[in-house]
Ligand binder design. Structure first.
Ligand code: ADP
Ligand code: ASP
Ligand code: MG
Length: 388
């Protein structure tokens, strides 16, 4: 039988009624004749609440203990969804990341999946069960519980789909697909029918949290047919596919905003060495490094660095620390190689009087770094200038 993997995000399982709605959608897929594996996130804002509780105890919680705590959020959802499916008269079983064979490295609060050994999932499917897997978590080779970084349930789903040879994988959320910008901040954002892995990866790794960047990487590497869809409604959603399968109607695909960035600036070779050593020791998720013989700037996001206050106090005095920064990115067909577009991006920002901290490009992307307070206005202006 063909396997389908469906992932439901936090807002889709936020309360008992929504869990029942998800259960009905899952059962409808099973009744079409598929074997169904479901990956769930923690209910609603549970992860934020657990994190806030840890921060009430200490400003810099241990990453290991935080993983023990946060992984509970997804465990609650998986068990409740399994019960809701039983209530509809179907067989279901819930499994943790570890029971599902999600093996990771040992970087707590942002581990990477190294291998998926889904034997238990396969056995349960063969026994006729719908299998519910707790997203966002795995087990390291040291047998420690790890979590995959904020938004990581998407990656659990796609990695499992790859390992199981699933026919397709659906990421279901409160938005009906990938838009040309976050529809919550830009009203004119348009739904994209199909997007290449490469462009989706640029958007996701620069702030478009509709998909976790690593999930896109898994889909590309393992050839998983991937869709971003709404939990409720009949829309087709967005297909993430190979570039030769995409027909594009705009030169610019989308605009994204990445908040909560920090820039560390080292002045002189000794300071540079110390900065890089500290970054390595803390496994900082480096977004970008620029250096000449005098100055080095290292940019990273704070989302998966829960112990930042301790690290910050070690760094202060050794390097300049610039917090509350953001990156605004424009992604499109070879946009970063187009000097006219690069010049236009700069002039739009200059016209708004936004001080630019840095600018960078890759073939498919242009990013401007600025103060967080300017990011949304800049994104709106870029969307208007390049996409509408
Ligand atoms: P889930 O909890 O289901 O994983 P997320 O909150 O992680 O959902 O992701 C969905 C949210 O991503 C949407 O509500 C939307 O505000 C935001 N988002 C950001 N950029 C985009 C984009 N380009 N297209 C669609 N949604 C986006
Ligand atoms: N619950 C986790 C988070 O809020 C993982 C996820 O939702 O994908 O980041
Ligand atoms: Mg998400």
């Amino acid at each position: 039988m063909s396997i389908v993997v469906q992932k439901y995000g936090g807002s889709s399982v936020a309360d008992v009624e929504r869990i029942r709605t998800v259960a009905r959608r899952v059962v409808a897929t099973k009744e079409k004749g598929y074997d169904v594996v479901v990956v769930v996130s923690a209910m609603g804002k549970t992860t934020d609440q657990l994190l806030a509780r840890a921060k009430e105890i200490t400003a810099s919680p241990s990453r290991r203990e935080l993983d023990m705590l946060l992984s509970c959020g997804e465990r609650a959802s998986m068990a409740l969804l399994s019960m809701a499916i039983h209530d509809l008269g179907h067989k279901a079983i819930s499994l943790t990341g570890s029971q599902s064979g999600i093996l990771t490295n040992d970087r707590h609060s942002g581990a990477r999946i190294i291998e998926v050994r889904p034997f238990r999932v396969q056995d349960e499917l063969e026994a006729g069960n719908i299998v519910i897997v707790a997203g966002f978590q795995g087990v390291s080779y040291k047998r420690e519980v790890t979590t995959l970084g904020r938004g990581g349930s998407d990656t659990t789903a796609v990695a499992l789909a790859g390992a199981l040879g699933a026919e397709y994988c659906e990421i279901c959320s409160d938005v009906d697909g990938v838009y040309s910008a976050d529809p919550r901040i830009i009203d004119a954002a348009a739904l994209i029918k199909a997007i290449s892995h490469e462009e989706m990866l640029e958007l996701a790794s620069h702030g478009a949290k509709v998909l976790h960047a690593e999930s896109v990487e898994f889909a590309r590497r393992q050839g998983v047919a991937l869709w971003a869809r709404a939990t409720q409604g009949e829309g087709e959603g967005t297909r993430i596919d190979r570039p030769d399968q995409i027909t594009r109607d705009h030169a610019v695909t989308g605009v994204s905003v990445q908040r909560n960035l920090v820039r560390l600036r080292a002045n002189g070779p000794d300071s540079m060495d110390r900065m890089l050593a500290a970054a390595a020791e803390a496994s900082l998720p480096v977004l970008r490094l620029d250096a000449d013989h005098e100055i080095a700037d290292l940019w990273f996001g704070l989302d998966d660095v829960p112990d930042w206050p301790v690290l910050r106090s070690k760094l202060i005095g050794q390097v300049e620390v610039d917090e509350q920064c953001a990156g605004v990115s424009i992604v499109g067909d070879f946009i970063g190689r187009n000097a006219t577009k690069l010049a236009r991006v700069r002039s739009v920002a200059a016209g708004m009087g936004v001080p630019i901290k840095a600018m960078s490009s890759s073939p498919l992307r242009i990013t401007l770094f600025c103060d967080e307070s300017h990011a949304e206005d800049l994104a709106r202006a870029f969307h208007r200038a390049f996409r509408e």
